[in-house]
Design a protein around this ligand. Structure first.
Ligand SMILES: O=C(O)[C@@H](COP(=O)(O)O)OP(=O)(O)O
Length: 260
């Protein structure tokens, strides 16, 4: 029997997920469908009897908004929430704002997949001439990080995401889980992939095939040493979840998606 249960969550669909643009550190809100996804997730977790003691989010609105909506649906708005840049989405560097389909047409689907899913490849860094550079680095939320502004990333591989996330997991989240707290981590596709890679010991090669849909809770059952007792489980209608995963994968295809 599991000693601890941890719920990981990629936020509900954001406005730029819908437009198929790399969003990353640009602070987009949830789309109307994303709001519904977060509410459905909250209702589902309530139905399954989850009672959270602590919630962790990134400092991007879409992960915070998702956590609020989930807690509201569960009647657990009072649960303490802590936010850290270390749970932010992977910094997509110069790719931020670009459309994935156009990128696949210009650079090929394989290159787009390498940028999106490989472990060690970093996208080209963002520079001061990028249209979103100043919006990101002048945002006052980044003044309050535990590293100086100049040391924040300008682009990240999944490995680099794990490098900045791991101290936060080890020092802040894991001790709370070990105290017996039921924790929800409301984060992003790639920050969650990085954490899953670490917790489940997924190889550098196998992580390429892990894709997370928006708004679907992922359950990890852990033993007393925080070792997983089995593979992560997506909670909800499995057929719908597989379709949602395929939709995310297809965002990197050169042909526009049929449902666009
Ligand atoms: O930055 C983004 O656009 C997506 C991930 O994009 P992909 O890695 O799926 O291309 O992050 P999220 O929506 O989870 O915040």
């Amino acid at each position: 029997m599991a000693k601890y249960r941890l719920i990981l969550l990629r936020h509900g669909e954001g406005a730029w997920n819908k437009e198929n643009r790399f969003c990353s550190w640009v602070d987009q809100k949830l789309s109307a469908d994303g709001v519904k996804e977060a509410q459905t997730c909250g209702r589902h977790l309530k139905m399954l009897g989850f009672e959270f003691d602590l919630v962790f989010t990134s400092i991007l609105s879409r992960s915070i908004q998702t956590a609020w909506l989930v807690l509201e649906e569960m009647g657990q708005e009072w649960v303490p929430t802590e936010s850290s840049w270390r749970l932010n989405e992977r910094h997509y560097g110069a790719l931020i704002g670009l459309n994935r389909t156009e990128m696949a047409l210009n650079h090929g689907e394989e290159q787009v997949k390498r940028w999106r899913r490989s472990y060690a490849v970093s996208p080209p860094p963002i520079t001061e001439v990028h249209p979103y550079y100043h919006e990101i680095y002048n945002d006052r939320r980044y003044k309050y990080c535990d590293v100086p502004l100049g040391k924040l990333p300008k682009s990240e591989s999944l490995k680099e995401v794990l490098d900045r996330l791991l101290p936060y997991w080890n020092e802040r989240i894991a001790p709370e889980v070990k105290k017996g707290k039921t924790v929800l981590i409301s984060a992003h596709g790639n920050s969650t992939r990085a954490l899953l890679k670490h917790l489940e010991g997924i190889s550098d090669e196998a992580i390429v095939n892990v894709t997370l849909p928006t708004g679907v809770p992922v359950l990890l059952e852990l033993d007393e040493s925080l070792q997983p007792l089995g593979p992560h489980q997506f909670l909800g209608d499995q057929e719908a979840i597989q379709a949602a995963i395929k939709k995310v994968e297809d965002q990197g295809k050169a042909k526009p998606m049929a449902e666009k």
